[in-house]
Design a protein around this ligand. Structure first.
Ligand code: PLP
Length: 501
């Protein structure tokens, strides 16, 4: 240091990493944990009461009032108080799970060390850990881990985009003889993607992003459980080929977002093979069934997919994001390979430094594999499977309660952990029924009493409102589910009385 001025900022705030990082974090963790508890106590329910205007005012007040010494405590309290907390039994609308404490603790380690998966020299151990996780999950899906490849993603949306990108590049490169990723989609080709009417909207988004256009997605009809009708798929594939179009990919959904319906995978795999289309299975929700001995057989045929989307921030109890994208054969990943001279230079790779860069669409990337691995090692597949089964049992219990309730109407028996139903007013036409169901849900939100899902199903007219419970909290008891359904029925009665009056 001789001859140099000391440039360090005086009183610079402490960092989370390094030998003294833990000492710097420890008191702040106490602050955060106390504030989380205080916020939950003040909220005293599944979400803050008072609706959007009240939340906006609370946020504005807190931002104006907190200062440099108490910002962390004040804002954490605000966040907790103002959260819709999926750990509350009456918070049961979305595929948004209460994360396990072990997963959140593991995620803290990741945040403190901040490795980035885009080059080995930013993430030596994390690179190996992600590679190990991908191998384990490939085996879980039924792939040969030595042949498969994959990456941890931000979720089903990104995984679906990647699957359809690889499909596009395989099929259209074969057709045009030129790599799609460099030249774009040749104008004389008409690529088509086939997905059920209940497939996730990210399939259309992916088609748009990939330059195929949303109109390239052919919608295949579904049955009442929202499963793809394979005869209709066959008919559409046949028609498409007769028209000179290219069936680039079939997207099967293993666990539709609303009903958990699982498309008939073996038959769809046969059809995709027959028509030379890539098979992508969106198992963002249903992939969790692989953890359960009872439910795993529902996914028979999954191993025939060219690519698969999984989401461990749904049936996997991870804090988001925890998506996974897998391909059955690593060589189909080639179009994504990238050489960035500052990240994965050839001489480093030749010298044995591995790189995950070419596996992801992203550059900087958190090692979200870490929390998943820590959870899998702590609970094992069977421990996680018991949580899946507990939620499946809750859904079956909820369905039985709905079926027995004079004012509630069940849509279909649950497949995974969702229950689709509606309030049935004593006297109201279809439009009145829809209005009451929509309003009862907002009433519960506004009162801070429950977060219940709302959806509309393909095959029913637009505006035909259905309610939904998405049960992802294995600690919820059947009595709590019954209490929630009772609240829904009471809110329905109150709305009905208002629309009668
Ligand atoms: C949730 C979901 C997605 C989207 O996944 P994200 O993780 O939210 O990006 C895609 N497909 C299905 C079937 C889903 O349930």
């Amino acid at each position: 240091m001789t001859g140099h001025a000391h440039h360090a900022v005086p009183d610079a705030p402490p960092l989370a990493g390094g030998v003294s990082g833990s000492d710097a974090l420890r008191p702040l963790l106490g602050t955060v944990l106390d504030a989380l508890a205080e916020g939950a106590r003040r909220r005293n329910g599944p979400l803050p009461a008072g609706g959007p205007a009240r939340t906006a005012a609370d946020v504005a007040d807190s931002l104006a009032a907190c200062g440099s010494t108490d910002a962390l405590a004040q804002l954490t309290t605000l966040l907790a108080q103002g959260s819709a907390d999926p750990a509350e039994p009456a918070c049961a609308a979305h595929l948004h799970c209460p994360p396990l404490a072990v997963a959140v603790a593991a995620d803290l380690a990741v945040s403190a060390l901040n490795p980035s998966q885009d080059s080995w020299d930013q993430a030596p151990a994390a690179t190996e850990l992600e590679t190990a996780l991908v191998r384990e999950l490939a085996a879980l899906v039924g792939y040969d881990p030595a042949q498969a490849a994959g990456v941890v993603t931000s979720g089903g949306t990104e995984s679906n985009l990647m699957g359809l990108m690889l499909a596009r590049d395989r099929e259209l490169t074969r057709e045009s003889g030129r790599p799609t990723e460099l030249t774009g989609v040749p104008g004389h080709l008409t690529p088509r993607l086939f997905a059920s009417a209940a497939a996730h909207f990210s399939v259309q988004r992916a088609a748009a992003v990939l330059g195929l256009g949303e109109a390239a997605v052919v919608s295949v009809p579904v049955d009442a459980d929202l499963r793809m009708d394979p005869d209709a798929l066959e008919q559409r594939l046949k028609h498409s080929v007769a028209e000179g179009e290219i069936p680039v990919a079939v997207v099967a959904t293993a666990g539709t977002t609303d009903t958990g319906g699982i498309d008939p995978l073996p038959r769809i795999a046969d059809l995709a093979a027959e028509y030379g289309a890539w098979l992508h299975v969106d198992a963002a929700y249903g992939g969790g069934a692989l953890l359960s001995d009872r439910l795993a057989p529902l996914l028979d045929g999954l191993a025939r997919a060219d690519s698969v989307s999984l989401d461990w921030h749904k049936l996997g109890w991870q804090p988001a994001p925890a998506g996974v994208f897998l391909v059955r054969r690593a060589e189909t990943y080639a179009p994504l390979a990238r050489r960035a001279v500052y990240l994965n230079p050839a001489d480093d790779e030749e010298a044995g430094y591995p790189s995950l860069l070419g596996l992801s669409l992203r550059t900087t990337r958190r090692p979200d594999a870490f929390k998943i691995l820590a959870t899998l090692r702590t609970l094992g597949r069977s421990g996680l499977g018991r949580l899946v089964d507990a939620c499946h049992d809750l859904a079956r219990h909820a369905a039985a309660t709905v079926a027995d309730h004079p004012a509630l109407e069940l849509h279909t028996a649950p497949v995974l952990t969702t229950v689709v139903f509606r309030y049935r007013p004593a006297s109201a036409g279809p439009d009145g029924t829809d209005r009451i169901n929509g309003a009862l849900r907002r009433r519960l939100l506004h009162e801070g009493r429950a977060v219940v899902g709302r959806t509309e199903l393909p095959g029913e007219g637009p505006g035909r409102v259905r309610l939904k419970l998405t049960l992802l909290n294995p600690h919820t008891t059947p009595a709590e589910v019954d209490a929630l359904l009772h609240m829904v029925a009471e809110a329905g009665k109150a709305e009905e009385a208002m629309s009668d009056g």
